[in-house]
Design a protein around this ligand. Sequence first.
Ligand SMILES: Cc1cc2nc3c(=O)[nH]c(=O)nc-3n(C[C@H](O)[C@H](O)[C@H](O)COP(=O)(O)OP(=O)(O)OC[C@H]3O[C@@H](n4cnc5c(N)ncnc54)[C@H](O)[C@@H]3O)c2cc1C
Length: 432
Amino acid sequence: MRVAIPLIRSSNSAATCCIAGGGPAGLMLGYLLARAGIEVLVLEKHADFLRDFRGDTVHPSTLETMHEVGILEELLQQPHQRVAKVRGRIGDTQILLNDMTRLPTHCKFMALMPQWNFLNFLTRQAHRYPTFRLKMQTEVSGLIEEQGRIAGVQADAPHGSIDVRADLVVAADGRSSVLRERAGLIVDEIGAPGDVLWMRLSKHRDDPEFFVYANRGKVLVLLDRGEYWQCGITIAKGSATEIRAKGVGALRGSIVENAPFLHDRVAEIRDWNDVKLLTVKVDRLRRWYRTGLLCIGDAAHAMHPIGGVGINLAIQDAVAAANILAGPLREGALCNNHLAKVQRRREFPAKFTQKVQAIMRRQIAGGADDVGARKVPWPIRLLEATSLPRRIRTRLMSIGIRPEHVKTRDVWKSNSAVERPSAVLETDQRRL
Ligand SMILES: Cc1cc2nc3c(=O)[nH]c(=O)nc-3n(C[C@H](O)[C@H](O)[C@H](O)COP(=O)(O)OP(=O)(O)OC[C@H]3O[C@@H](n4cnc5c(N)ncnc54)[C@H](O)[C@@H]3O)c2cc1C
C-alpha cells in the first residue's frame, strides 16, 4: 500500500556564492567574499558551533591573516592561551619541538582557542557586511545540476527544504563532505594508522607545560584550555572496541604511562561517556572542482591531527579562493580556469603537509614504538643535534609552505551603508 507523504513546499533562495559548511574554511571564505562585496550565503547543518574535541590550534599563519584584514586585536580579546614553544617528551627525553619566537609574523605564538569561540568570532565579523548571510540548522543534501553545470544546492532547513541557486557552490562541508560525493569527485585515500580518543582532565597550577608526550608508540597531546587539559591519545586504527572491552582503567593506565603527573586525576574519566572517539582520516581529492562547484578545506584534503594544521590550511584555502575568485564572481565571469587555479595554488601545500605529517608521525610515535622503551629514537636525536630541522619544522607547521596573503579589498570601508557597490545592488534583488 502506498502511503501519501505530505509535500513540504520548497522555498527558493539565491546568492552569488553559496557555501556548504560553517567551519573555518567556509566562514573565512564567506567573510572575505562578503567583505569584497559579493553576495554570500553560508549553510551550516548544526544549530551552533558548540562541538567539543575539535582542534584548538590557531597558528601564526591564521593570526597573520587576521592582522591583514584588521581584526587581530579583536580576535585576541577572545579567551585563549598563548604557546610560543611547543615542548614534548619522547620516552624520558624532553624535546623542543617548535619554537615560534623567531618567526617573521606579527604573532610569534600560536593561540589555543576553542573552535566555537573562533567560529563565533568569524561569524560576528562577517555579519558586519550586508552581503553575508548564514543559515544555521540547514543541511545541504544535494546539488542542483543544469546543462552539465552545478547551479545550486538543495538543503533541509527547519521549516522545510530549500533550493539555493548560485553562480558558485563551495563545498566546505568537512572531511565527510556530502557535496564532493554527490559531485562524483574522486577521493584518494591516504589512510591513517590511528584514531584519537579525546577527554578532559583538570589542570593544576604546577603542571608541566609539555604539550606532546610520546611513549611506547602512543602519543598524548595536552591542549591548555585554562581550567582544564583537553587530552587526545592515539590508538591503533579500528581498535576502539577492543580498548573499550579492556575497561576504562586500561585507558587511565595508558595516560599515566605517557604523562605520570596526571595520576592524581585520571579517575575524572569515570566511564566511556567521558571519552570521545575521533576517527582520523587522511585523503585528497584528485580534482577539486566541477563547473560551478569548488571544494576547499577538509572537503578537498582531510588532514591528520598531528601538528594541528587543519584549521590553518582550511583558512589558507579560503584566502587563496577569495583572492582568485572575488573578481570573476563580481564580474559574472567565473569559469573552470579560475577553479583550477585555486586547486593549483593549494594542492601542493596540502600534499606536502600531509607528507610532513606522516614523517612526524613515524618519528614521534613509530620511533618510540620501535625502541619499545623510554628512549628517544635515533632519527630524532640526530635531527635535534642542530636547530635547523626545528626551524624548518616550526616554519612548516606555523606558517605553511605557501603562505597566502589577503588581496581582496574591504569594499565597505569607504562606502556608507547607503552607497553600496553596484555589484551588491544587482544581487540584492535575488535575496530570499
Ligand atoms: C582528532 C582531530 C583533532 C584535530 N585537531 C586539530 C587541531 O588541534 N588544530 C587544527 O588546526 N586542526 C585540527 N584538526 C583538523 C581540523 O579540525 C580540520 O582540518 C578543520 O576543522 C577543517 O576545517 P573545514 O572548515 O574544512 O571543515 P570542518 O571544520 O569539518 O567544518 C565543516 C563544517 O561543515 C558542516 N557540515 C558538514 N556537512 C554539512 C552539510 N551537509 N550541510 C551543511 N553543513 C555541513 C559541519 O557541521 C562543520 O561545521 C583535527 C582533526 C581531528 C580529526
